[in-house]
Design a protein. Structure first.
Length: 592
């Protein structure tokens, strides 16, 4: 028997280049599905997948996605569970090109389904559209394989950079800008508009917006869910919560609790905007127990924000009077929805080293248990799971649920992996209108370069991306996130965050800039205690006034999870930490 190591890419440029949450899901699912096709080809030619573990103790396929592919057990799952690389034991006459052909064949079938249903009827309005489509589909995937036991062989093979994309002229794709959009009318906007208008007539109203001119790969990602039953043999979810949905969700939950009558009245006026199709578990539960609120739960998230309602560019002109009326009704709620949501990325630390040092089967079996437990945790925290395979997780959450969900996922990982390794994560709190592709790229940067490299792994990094771009990032090790009483971050946010005024933050920043060397912990505790007493809001009720010294001590304890550069004490970790606490506390208060 020989050892095959196989990899399919590009990963980040295919998955993270997304304009919508559905694009993000489709990219990760298709990558996992095509990797599964290569695994299936290996198994059908008497190979055995040794990483990841995809079979149970009796040798039967246990991974749900691979089971659907291999045994045609339908319907298959809607979440990708297979990583983009695997290792297998293969017989001497095995041909790795069988795996390559399986990937290309399945990809061609998926692409052809999208072409047939959506592009072919409009192709006559394009210029060389079929040629552009075929060129892009045929040359996109980077399929790499090696034969040999050394786990480093595949990485060394990837360093050859032998996959070269063809030159792409003309007008570029709005989602994947290194590729040409498929109309071919680069310099003729009227013909280009006619082509894309013809495609939009074949899609749902929300599938393709005006001005979205896409490449073949981007169009497959966007429209694949519509033809999944034909392309892969089972239907997948078509509607996914938008970033705006996540931003408004805590506010909707709270208004249903405290302003039910206003919610019912608002929903009655907003009937033309009852367009939300996908709800998180907590909102589903509200609708089931209080049927009168179902209409409010279905209102388009954009119709719950006064500024968005009054933005004429986002709506049909004939809706102006209705939108004005809704904007006025929103005043009665006396609070407004948030505009931020959260992206969570999680990844095991030193997995390659772990696979070299420990039994691959033990590691892979533990990771399989982790993957199995992820969906329930994400659902319990009202999240949207995009991908869960091996040690990787990508999910979306509300701002107020993200850290708790990350802690639960970390605890599950450590429970199954035990002493074999650790896991790091990044949460980016992003403005709902920030470009999704850039937010995902930033999340990868925060995970790889801050949580892992800068803070020594086994860390959680929190980053805020406001309407103008990345703002503040703070990182800590998991063991410092909370003590046994649940203090530290959540305690500071929920109990005392409202007492940290902007003036307090400015005072601490000013102190940092004036001190040539950072004081020790005791002195910082005294400094913060003094400044908090000086700047605390007078409106804070006496019974809510946690002693400033206790607050300062918790801040100092929490700061110990951030590694400080040499020389020790040269940089204070407090400014970023305090900003994150202040940011999260504002969100907590706005929903209560």
């Amino acid at each position: 028997m020989k050892r095959l190591q196989f990899s399919l890419g590009p990963v980040q440029s295919f998955v993270s280049q997304a304009r919508r949450t559905r694009d993000l899901w489709a990219g990760s699912f298709l990558l996992s599905y095509l990797s599964g096709q290569a695994m299936d080809a290996t198994i059908r030619h008497q190979g055995k997948i040794v990483f990841p573990i995809v079979t149970d103790g009796s040798g039967h396929i246990s991974d749900p996605l691979l089971e659907a592919i291999h045994h045609n057990k339908l319907p298959g799952p809607r979440i990708g569970t297979l990583p983009n690389r695997f290792a297998a034991e293969i017989p001497g006459d095995f041909q790795p090109l069988w795996c390559v052909e399986a990937v290309q064949r399945s990809w061609a079938m998926i692409a052809e389904a999208v072409w047939t249903h959506f592009v072919a009827p409009a192709a006559h309005l394009g210029s060389q559209t079929r040629a552009i489509w075929d060129r892009q589909i045929a040359h996109f995937w980077e399929v790499q394989w090696v034969l040999g036991e050394d786990p480093n062989l595949l990485d060394r093979r990837k360093n050859w950079r032998s996959h070269v994309y063809p030159g792409e002229a003309g007008r570029k794709c709005r989602m994947m800008p290194q590729w040409q959009e498929i109309s071919g009318h680069g310099s003729d906007p009227r013909k280009r508009d006619a082509f894309w208008k013809a495609i939009r007539t074949k899609t749902d109203r929300l599938d393709l917006e005006d001005g979205e001119e896409l490449s073949a790969m981007a169009l497959v990602k966007r429209l694949f869910p519509r033809v999944a039953n034909h392309a892969i043999g089972w239907p997948v979810q078509v509607s996914y919560r938008s970033t705006v949905d996540f931003a408004v969700q805590p506010w909707v939950r709270e208004q249903c609790r405290v302003n039910a009558d206003l919610c019912v009245k608002f929903a009655e006026t907003a009937k033309p905007f009852h367009t939300r199709k996908s709800l998180p578990p907590s909102l589903e539960a509200i609708g089931n127990t209080q049927p009168a609120l179902k209409g409010f739960l279905q209102v388009d998230a954009n119709a719950l924000n006064r500024h968005t309602l009054l933005n004429e560019a986002l709506w049909e002109p004939n809706t102006a009077p209705l939108r004005a009326s809704l904007a006025e009704q929103l005043r009665a709620f006396r609070s407004y929805p948030d505009t931020y949501y959260a992206v969570l990325l999680m990844d095991g630390d030193h997995l390659g080293r772990l696979l070299r040092q420990r039994d691959v089967r033990d590691v892979s079996r533990a990771l399989a248990h982790f993957t199995e437990g992820v969906p329930a945790i994400v659902s319990r925290h009202d999240g949207e799971l995009i991908y869960a395979g091996g040690d990787d997780v990508l999910a979306l959450f509300t701002v107020v649920d993200a850290v708790t969900a990350a802690q639960a996922l970390h605890d599950l990982y450590q429970a199954v992996i035990q002493d074999m390794g650790t896991v790091s994560a990044a949460i980016v709190y992003a403005h709902a209108h920030a470009p999704l592709t850039e937010v995902i790229h930033h999340a990868h940067h925060v995970l790889d370069h801050i949580a892992k490299n800068r803070n020594g792994r086994n860390s959680l990094a929190l980053s805020v991306w406001n309407s103008s771009g990345p703002d503040t990032t703070w990182v800590t090790r998991w063991e410092y996130l909370a003590d046994t009483q649940g203090h530290h971050l959540n305690w500071l946010v929920q109990r005392v965050g409202s007492q940290m005024s902007s003036q307090f933050l400015f005072k601490i920043r000013d102190l940092e800039s004036k001190l040539s060397a950072m004081p020790d912990d005791d002195l910082w505790e005294h400094l913060m205690t003094y400044e908090l007493n000086q700047t605390r809001h007078d409106t804070v009720h006496a019974e809510d006034k946690t002693p400033a010294q206790i607050i300062s001590r918790e801040i100092v304890q929490l700061s110990h999870g951030t590694q400080r550069p040499d020389p020790p004490g040269s940089v204070s970790p407090y400014q970023d930490l305090l900003y994150v606490i202040h940011f999260l506390a504002k969100r907590e208060r706005s929903h209560v």
